[in-house]
Design a binder for this molecule. Structure first.
Ligand SMILES: Cc1cc2nc3c(=O)[nH]c(=O)nc-3n(C[C@H](O)[C@H](O)[C@H](O)COP(=O)(O)OP(=O)(O)OC[C@H]3O[C@@H](n4cnc5c(N)ncnc54)[C@H](O)[C@@H]3O)c2cc1C
Length: 467
């Protein structure tokens, strides 16, 4: 037992929890609590009843049983990249101490729930192996894989969760299970897409791919070239084979020291490209995009997989963000025409990033043993990211909705779970088809009869919304 907070008194029920666990329990009113409760997305108000930094899987079991006994809910957080609000009656489990990491040179890895992709990328590289990470290596492995995972190599290799071999999870009834395609197959299905609604994962095992290098990178063009770059990108996407994964983003980056000077304080548009095949062929395939205008920054070439984070160059430091995501069935000239007045160079757009990623290729294939991920046959995923702080916060949110509205003719009305934090039923309802949602809710009732897992509640309410 480790008590780090001076006001954790014997009379508090949470003091009894501290007696049952190895990791520290933090209560409101202490600096340790504030630090432990703070998510990466600092715009999300995060004030749980207490925070437990779980040291072992047994801590997770003890915490969930404690929550069952005391009428609490249990939430989970690794990095807080996908954090959500409303944690009043919630015992928040931080997984940062569950940090085991083993790479097996024959091609797979086992990691604890607190491990980030960057750590796996580095540990796998000496063997010429690569994990199918997302665009930001700072994101947690488990959080990412529970939402499917669509990364910078997605059109070649498909959804990252399809590479999961085994998951260890403590369900809402306080039982620890190991789930694979043959042991607890229903749980195994639900955890690969159902986010954290079925239980708290303690460790995960997944296959790596043999991809020591890629041909790829990003070119940045002046904002004035946005229309030409977007139109060319929309046509070019339709010609791409599965070895190519690409996205386009309109950027309005601040004039700050962490922003490369050519991009700081101005509007730009970037095309990201990853080619998993022969580099010479990749160069030819990318040539039409490289020629669309004179780049102001960036490069595309052969790079070690350890540099994959540079393709998107997502922000690393915690920040207050508002995200709005949608899946699109098409991204053609009409879509570009609808977007340009709102996000182009003449627009007063508060979004820092407006991004479109092409899906298709291997993403759209359903492997025999696929998990609970819906809508993988969508053509594109769309995302706005704006700063939700200060006097401009409301305008950022309203503008994101306006942009989303303008895309309505091409939107499927759905979103990937990784880009729709699972705290609100209306967000959860957008992420699953009815059959998947029904099956998830049925399993949730079996494994979490008292609805102790925080994310189970909005999932159950989402089913009512979708009927
Ligand atoms: C900059 C940035 C880039 C991104 N890039 C991509 C991308 O390329 N592709 C993509 O698919 N997504 C991407 N995402 C979305 C990201 O995958 C999700 O936000 C993911 O949930 C983050 O996981 P986390 O553990 O880091 O965050 P957290 O906020 O700690 O966790 C988010 C959620 O993951 C689940 N979760 C986390 N740990 C556990 C656990 N131990 N047991 C059960 N459930 C758990 C829970 O539902 C939790 O609420 C990106 C997000 C950001 C902010």
């Amino acid at each position: 037992m480790t008590l780090t907070d001076s006001d954790l008194t014997e009379s508090s029920p949470l003091a009894q929890l501290a007696d049952r666990v190895a990791g520290p329990v933090h209560l409101p009113g202490t600096e340790e609590y504030l630090v432990a409760a703070m998510p990466w997305n600092v715009a999300v108000a995060s004030f749980p009843a207490a925070v437990l930094e779980a040291e072992t899987a047994d801590d997770v079991v003890a915490a969930i049983r404690f929550a069952n006994e005391h009428g609490l809910e249990v939430g989970v957080r690794a990095t807080g990249h996908g954090a959500f609000e409303a944690l009043e009656n919630v015992l928040l489990l931080r997984t940062n101490r569950l940090d085991e990491l083993t790479v097996h040179p024959e091609g797979w890895a086992r990691v604890g729930a607190g491990v980030k992709w960057a750590q796996v990328i580095e540990a796998a590289a000496p063997y010429g192996l690569a994990p199918l990470a997302g665009s930001a290596p700072d994101v947690g492995v488990v959080g990412y894989l529970t939402g499917g995972g669509i990364g910078p190599l997605a059109r070649t290799y498909g959804v990252s969760a399809d590479y999961v071999r085994a998951i260890e999870v403590v369900t809402g009834d306080g039982e620890l299970h190991r789930a694979t395609a043959t042991d607890n197959p229903a749980l195994f299905w639900a955890l690969r897409g159902g986010k954290g609604a079925l239980g708290i994962i303690t460790a995960i095992e997944f296959d790596l791919v043999r991809q020591p290098t890629i041909y790829g990178g990003a070119l940045f063009f002046d904002g004035a070239d946005t229309a030409a770059v977007m139109r060319t990108w929309a046509e070019w996407c339709l010609t791409l084979p599965e070895q190519a994964t690409t996205s386009i983003a309109i950027l309005r980056l601040p004039d700050a020291p962490f922003v490369p000077p050519p991009l700081a304080g101005r509007m730009s548009v970037t095309v990201r490209f990853v080619w998993t095949g022969d580099p010479a062929e990749g160069e030819q395939v990318f040539a039409p995009m490289a020629a669309v205008a004179a780049p102001i920054f960036g490069q595309v070439g052969v790079m070690p997989y350890t540099m994959i984070g540079l393709v998107h160059a997502d922000p690393v430091d915690p920040m207050p963000v508002h995200e709005h995501a949608a899946l699109l069935r098409e991204f053609g000239p009409d879509t570009v025409d609808a977007l340009l007045p709102l996000v182009g160079p003449a627009a007063d757009c508060p979004q820092v990033i407006v991004e479109v990623r092409q899906l298709g290729g291997a993403v759209a294939r359903f492997p025999e043993n696929a998990g609970a991920l819906s809508y993988r046959d969508s053509a594109y995923t769309f995302l706005t990211i704006g700063i939700k702080a200060g006097p401009g916060a409301e305008a950022t949110v309203a503008n994101a909705e306006q942009i989303g509205g303008a895309l309505a003719p091409w939107s499927t009305g759905h979103a990937m779970p990784n880009w729709a934090p699972s705290g609100k039923p209306e967000d959860v309802a957008r992420t699953y088809d009815r059959e998947t949602l029904t099956r998830l809710v049925t399993l949730s009732a079996t494994y979490d009869p008292k609805s102790v897992i925080r994310a189970a509640r909005p999932m159950r309410e989402a089913l009512a919304l979708s009927s």
